[in-house]
Ligand binder design. Sequence first.
Ligand SMILES: NC(=O)C1=CN([C@@H]2O[C@H](COP(=O)(O)OP(=O)(O)OC[C@H]3O[C@@H](n4cnc5c(N)ncnc54)[C@H](O)[C@@H]3O)[C@@H](O)[C@H]2O)C=CC1
Ligand SMILES: NCC(=O)COP(=O)(O)O
Length: 355
Amino acid sequence: MGAQPSLQRGNHNQARLCVSLGDPAGIGPEILLKTWAMAADGAIEVPSFFVLGDVDLLNDRAQLLGMSARASAWADGALPADSLPVLQVNNPLSSKPGKPEPKDAAGVVEAIERGVALIREGRASGLVTLPINKKHLYDAGFEFPGHTEYLAALATGWHGNSADAPRSVMMLAGPDLRTVPVTVHIPLENVKAALTADLIVETARIVNADLQSRFAIAKPRLAFAGLNPHAGEDGALGTEEMTVLEPALAVLRSEGVECIGPLPADTMFHARARQAYDVALCMYHDQALIPAKALAFDESVNVTLGLPFIRTSPDHGTAYDIAGTGKADPSSFIAALKMAGDLAAAAAQATVTAA
Ligand SMILES: NC(=O)C1=CN([C@@H]2O[C@H](COP(=O)(O)OP(=O)(O)OC[C@H]3O[C@@H](n4cnc5c(N)ncnc54)[C@H](O)[C@@H]3O)[C@@H](O)[C@H]2O)C=CC1
Ligand SMILES: NCC(=O)COP(=O)(O)O
């Protein structure tokens, strides 16, 4: 990404972040406890944070893992230094590692919803979400594809003058690559129909605006992946580059957005190619997430653009296969905390400057 501001500037001392516990059957509780213990020992520096989750579940998990870290109930005031502060959810959580219980869905969703409410009340400066299992929430009646869309719905009317939810955009941000999936959690066979010029334009406008306002990139360079092999090979291998992407890029260019492409997706992610752009807009989920996770699984952060508040998340999922074993690596969660802290510090600075 060339000579850009670092994504982890470390200027996040004033932030107080809220962490939603996510799926208690996954590795969320473990990476949370590990992170808190490392921060308490002074081994890492992260912004201060509290958890929306279940005190007993976290203490049981610490015991299972042989950790001395302890969670304690917290509601307001100064955060304790000797234990992980937990704002208790009303719907208790009790799943064992790798064994999700359907009744826990209510507490998982409550944690996300209350996290947003706390930001709205000015009691938290950003939300860091631990992973949820999407299928289990869908089975329990959750009507959103994931956090990204649910958080947009929770932001409806944020500024008091609109009944419309903002449009949110998923971005994976690592040390050397940012990617955005333009279509997200839909079956591959539905991508072609969902991919319209309007969707590309709307997504790119949000990406462009947030890279400027939140990531301090004055003139973001947006690269667009083609949908088809070799970006369609002049129509011989598919026509969406000519019929959908080119018209969308023409609109964006007319608005002054710096657009590159459509580029063949197979050759736009190697090290030299990445120097030419600040973010790659990809046409479907795996086109964006495979390069991000292949390059930096332990460091990449899922950050939601377009919201009136800050939300980050580790890039990985619930990892049931290793939950409760002690093998979970907290690095991506730590990166998510740091990025949320940096974004909160930048937002606070922007508010001071504007006043
Ligand atoms: N932000 C969120 O809420 C996300 C939720 N998910 C959900 O997670 C569930 C499982 O998804 P998968 O595709 O299996 O991906 P996954 O990321 O949970 O696991 C993929 C592989 O990576 C390993 N892994 C993941 N995180 C790790 C860590 N921190 N340390 C060490 N190893 C780690 C796992 O053991 C597994 O072998 C799905 O239900 C999916 O919807 C997936 C991504 C993000
Ligand atoms: N594959 C990324 C992912 O599932 C994260 O989705 P979200 O819950 O952050 O919307």
